[in-house]
Design a protein around this ligand. Structure first.
Ligand code: SAM
Ligand code: DTB
Ligand code: SF4
Length: 343
């Protein structure tokens, strides 16, 4: 059994300098991957992957102007808008996801922030999905402290709220909110006792230093997010970021590896962009410490990697899908199964 990776563990730090994180990203590729793999093995079952399924419960017409997003009302992307889905439709999708082996059901809404009426409707969804025996995650935009508590009381496990990029680059991607707005919602989520899911998007034209700065922000939060999604920009026609020069795939792997080194006890999730990645690139990401994916044919509005392709890849790599076992899901703790050091 390995020591729990808690906030007082020497590997858990919240005092990273930007130069130190950049130096990690600058390491020779093999040195960085070896370090990440060692950290990964010390904290997690090395051949296990957690799978979550996503559903867009309210689509399009978002007042925010995020330069990457198909759902912003500021961009002409031709995406059909859909109001908040009824509870029954959401439950059908959740039952399906469970039947396909997902352990967490994540719901996304294209809001700047939810109204209290919408929040009550989402809270009812959360409770019903929790009762199906699935973990729940929602991403609804900014929350007040009271709204975070309301979701916690409804049985919510995780709140997803990405920092997305560095504070320095943020203004070039989004003008309708600030980095501080994001940090404040994360504070409310933590204070309510919810688990945090927070990560970012790579391939938006940011520099390596920006990627280092994003990782530093995440690692220097008062508690590491339990889940860190690393998205690769899905380029959507009509968005300002459509046509951005693609990121070197090895740079993506480096960032996954650095996330693993900086946040040893966090699940690092390969998120958007997997549909366009080769199996070999995904395999390298798993080696670099990614241990979670979004699974299912769709992300929110764009296609995901096909499920049969995922299963074939898991088989080829000898990766097992993690079952939901609450006693092993201690927040910030070590997730390695007892008595199976090399499981
Ligand atoms: N509206 C809420 C918000 O922005 O917090 C929740 C939904 S939003 C779609 C959730 C996350 O999806 C964003 O923070 C961003 O990281 C990711 N995302 C959106 N569009 C993307 C794209 N085209 N490529 C990669 N990631 C994307
Ligand atoms: C996250 O970091 N990625 C997911 C989830 N959290 C909500 C969303 C990806 C969205 C990709 C673009 C789309 O499908 O609209
Ligand atoms: Fe709205 Fe979220 Fe898309 Fe930004 S990322 S436009 S907040 S749905």
């Amino acid at each position: 059994m390995c020591m729990p990776v808690r906030d007082d563990h020497p590997q858990i730090r919240h005092d990273w300098t930007l130069d130190a994180v950049e130096a990690l990203l600058d390491l020779p590729f093999n040195d960085l991957l070896l370090q990440a793999q060692q950290v990964h093995r010390a904290c997690f079952a090395p051949n296990q992957v957690q799978v979550s399924t996503l559903l867009s419960i309210k689509t399009g017409a978002c007042p925010e102007d995020c330069g990457y997003c198909a759902q912003s009302a500021h961009h002409e992307t031709g995406l059909p808008r859909e109001p908040l889905l009824p509870l029954e439709a959401v439950l059908t999708a959740a039952r399906d996801a469970k039947a396909q082996g997902a352990t967490r059901f994540c719901m996304g809404a294209a809001w700047r922030h939810p109204s209290d009426k919408h929040l009550d409707q989402v809270a009812a969804m959360v409770t019903a999905i929790h009762d199906l025996g699935l973990e729940t995650c929602v991403t609804l935009g900014m929350l007040t402290a009271g709204q975070a508590l309301r979701l916690k009381a409804a049985g919510l496990d995780y709140y997803n709220h990405n920092l997305d990029t560095s504070p320095e680059f943020y203004g070039q991607v989004i003008s309708t909110r600030t980095y501080q707005d994001r940090l404040e919602t994360l504070e409310h989520v933590r204070a309510a006792g919810l688990k945090t899911c927070s990560g970012g998007i790579l391939g938006m034209g940011e520099s390596r230093r920006d990627r280092a700065s994003l990782l530093r922000q995440l690692a220097n939060l008062p508690a590491h997010p339990e889940s860190v999604p690393i998205n690769l920009l899905v380029q959507v026609e009509g968005t300002p970021l459509f046509g951005t020069a693609p990121l070197d795939p090895l740079e993506f792997v480096r960032t996954v590896a650095a996330a693993r080194c900086l946040m040893p006890g966090s699940y690092v999730r390969l998120s958007a962009g997997r549909a366009a990645m080769s199996d070999e690139l995904q395999a390298l990401c798993y080696f670099a410490g990614a241990n979670s994916v979004f699974y299912g044919e769709r992300l929110l509005t764009t296609p995901n990697a096909a499920s049969d392709r995922d299963h074939a890849l898991f088989d080829r790599l000898g990766l097992r899908v993690e079952a939901l076992e609450p006693e092993r899901r201690e927040p910030g703790g070590c997730h390695r199964p007892h008595g199976h050091p090399h499981a």
